[in-house]
Every structure is written in C-alpha cells, then in structure tokens.
Design a binder for this molecule. Sequence first.
Ligand code: CMC
Length: 428
Amino acid sequence: MSEKAELKIDGKIIELPVITGSENEKAIDISALRASSGYITLDPGFKNTGSTSSGITFLDGEKGILRYRGYSIEELAEKATFLEVSYLLIYGELPNKATLESYRKEITHHTLIHEDIKNILEGFPSNSHPMGVLSSLVSSLTAFYPESLDPNRSAAEVDLSIKRLIAKMPTMAAWAYKNEIGHPANYPDNKLDYCSNFLKMMFAVPSEEYEVDPVIANALDKLLILHADHEQNCSTATVRVVGSSHASLYASIAAGISALWGPLHGGANQAVIEMLEAIKADGGDVNKYMAKAKDKNDPFRLMGFGHRVYKNFDPRAKIIKKAADDVLEKLGINDPVLEIAKGLEEVALKDPYFVERKLYPNVDFYSGIIYRAIGIPTSMFTVMFALGRLPGWIAQWKEMRENKEPIGRPRQVYTGNNHRPFQEVDNR
Ligand code: CMC
C-alpha cells in the first residue's frame, strides 16, 4: 500500500500521498490540498517546497553529497571534461567515444555568432557589466534563430537550439568582456577545445602570439564541471518557471543568467573577492569582519559562506580549495588573499555563531581565487559561473518540457486592504 500523510484541519482529516525519491527522500504531495480543503501551503523562499521531480542531480545537504545523473562530483571533476559532463546532464548518459567526438564536432561547428550581434554589442557602453550584456546577447539569439521561438517544434530542432547555445555562449561571454574593456572581439578558434578556445577569445590581442596554458585550461574545465548543475537553485528554478510558459530556450536561459547575477547566488564569487580585498586593504584583521558578520545591526555577511541546502559542507568547496592550492603552486603565484580566505575559514569553523547556523564555505569562497590566478577579471567571475551552469539549465529546461510540466504559478496569502469604494480625486 502506498504511504500517506494525514493532515488535520478544522477537525477533518485529509490524506496526502507521500512520494519517495530514488535516494529515499520523502515528500508530501499537496497538489490537491486546496481543492479538498480550501487551504494552500505557505513557504516564502521555497525553503521546504519541492517544485518538481527530477532525475538530473542528487544533492544531500546533510551528508555533503552532489551527483550528476548518479555520478559523484568528485569523480567527474577528476576524470571527465566539461563537454562530457554537459552531454551527461543534457542527454542522461555519458557519451561513448564516437558520440563524444560527434558532439564535440557539432558544438565546435556552431561557435561563430552572427556579425549583426556585434552591432548589438557596440550599442552597449564599454564598462557595461558583462552579465547584463551576456543575458541580452543570449536573448537576442531569438531574433537570429526565429525557429527557436517555438519550443514545441521537433526534437531535432530543439536539439539544434541547445547545441547552438552551448557553442555560442563562450563566444558571447568573451565578447562581453572585450566590450567591457573596449577591445576588438576575437573570433573562435575551432582547432581548440572548449575552454582553450574561450581563453583565447578572452585574452588574445591582435599582433601578439597567444598560447593557451594547459594548466589554466584544465583548471577552468574543472571549475565549469563543479558549477554545471545544482538542482532547483534560484537561477535553475527561474529557467524552469520561465520555460513553463512555453517561452523559448534562449528567453528562459537569459532569465536564468539574470537570476544568477545577484550576490546571494552566482554573484557571490565576485562579492567574495571584493570582500577579501577589502579585508586586506583594512589590515587583514579577519576577527573584525567576523564580528561584523555576526552583528545583526550590520548588513555585512561573510560572502561565500552558508548555503540554502548544504548544512555540513559543500563538496564543491572542498575540491575547489584543493584546486586553488594546486593552481597557484603550478603557476607560481602567491596570492595573499588566499591566506586571508583560509584564515577566515579557520576562525569561522570554530565560531559558535557559524557552527550553530551550520554555515560553511560554499563553492564561491575559493573559486574567485582560482579565477584571479588564471587571469579572469573580477567582473567576469559570475559569467564563468553562467558558462558552467549552462548545461544544467538546459537539462532542467529540457526535462521540464519533456515532463509536460504545467505553468509555474505560485499562490499567495493576501494581506492587503479589503474591498473599499473608489473615491473621486476631489473627495480624497
Ligand atoms: N554571514 C553571516 N550570517 C549568515 C550568512 C553569512 N554568509 N549566511 C547566513 N547567515 C545567517 C543568517 O543571518 C541567519 O541568521 P539568523 O537565523 O540568526 O537570522 C541564518 O544564518 C540563516 O540564514 P538565511 O539567510 O535564513 O539562510 P538562507 O538559506 O535563506 O540563505 C544564503 C542562504 C546562501 C543566501 C546565505 O547563507 C548567504 O547570504 N550567504 C552569503 C552569500 C553567498 O555566499 N551565496 C552563494 C551561495 S553558493 C552559490 C550558489 O549556488 O548560489
């Protein structure tokens, strides 16, 4: 017999189905509650609300587990490439050699973007934040590929839109950066792998030789894998909700990029480095900033600490901390900010305020230090997160479409005025 939960309201018992996930997580299905009782559930920030059943990413915040399609993040970060992981997330299985090769070829084939996109880019002032530019350019793809507007077209056409986006995103991201610094854009080099091509578009300047450093390309590849999906986070939930109205893939992803931008989400990586720099400029006293973070009258938060779901440790942060040490050592860089970050972590992990609230370093605490070491400017940190998260967003959008999920439309408890008569302006 299937499990049920009972809810007693106004003396009446309502039976609610219990759903069990493949890792034995339990959920009470309240979708019919309003129809049977007139009640809705209230959960600001969706802290306890499942919005979907998903087969893509498994996360256990208490045990610090993260898996994509059943594969642990530790193994994927060590053994796979970002392109392989993107295939795994979107299509559900790891590709064999031949499939991976044809996938790679297809992605490489679509890296170029329409010359008219340059006109759009030129319309932005230089100094524009690249996240805003990236979101706009992704949205603009709807104009260049109008067939992408209708997500109900054939699976092959939707697949083409997906591959175009994966291929073009590095080009658009690098061009957003070139616009920010007022330099000419570089065209993709299809002889290079995904990350090396991106690095070349970012850093090559006319009339100078540019050789991609494999240490840097590998570090970037690993970072992108670690960011590739994270189940129903703010930006992914946004992508699914926007897509649930049958908006196009490109419109949905552009919305996801905007959601990612905020400092409580993907924007945290930029905020962390700015915070560490500020601490350094202020004499490096980590205890002073710990006190600020704990002071409820001070809006300061320790950026890169805490997570909605991880309440033990963030497995991505563990991998990134080690990778930061490795990359800095291999590149022969001594970044004083890394020492400040380690000092802050050490103090925070022993501090009762942080221990009681289960606040640990998250993925963004050390990622900025690697980005900086490999030459990525601070304003591009969140763009890097977006590049990494892209396959996750696409996989979740695709799953939502294939599940034929209904339009996302939460309810509310109204707390405003009751009905009152309108008064003509002279009588107010
Ligand atoms: N510094 C100081 N106090 C904190 C912090 C922090 N970084 N994070 C949470 N708290 C406190 C918070 O004030 C609250 O205290 P109290 O119970 O006394 O009111 C308690 O911890 C719970 O915090 P919350 O804001 O209710 O938790 P949440 O699940 O709504 O927020 C969070 C999660 C990530 C938004 C939050 O921890 C935060 O703002 N962290 C800093 C920003 C950050 O690093 N974001 C990146 C997240 S990882 C990348 C990603 O996937 O987006």
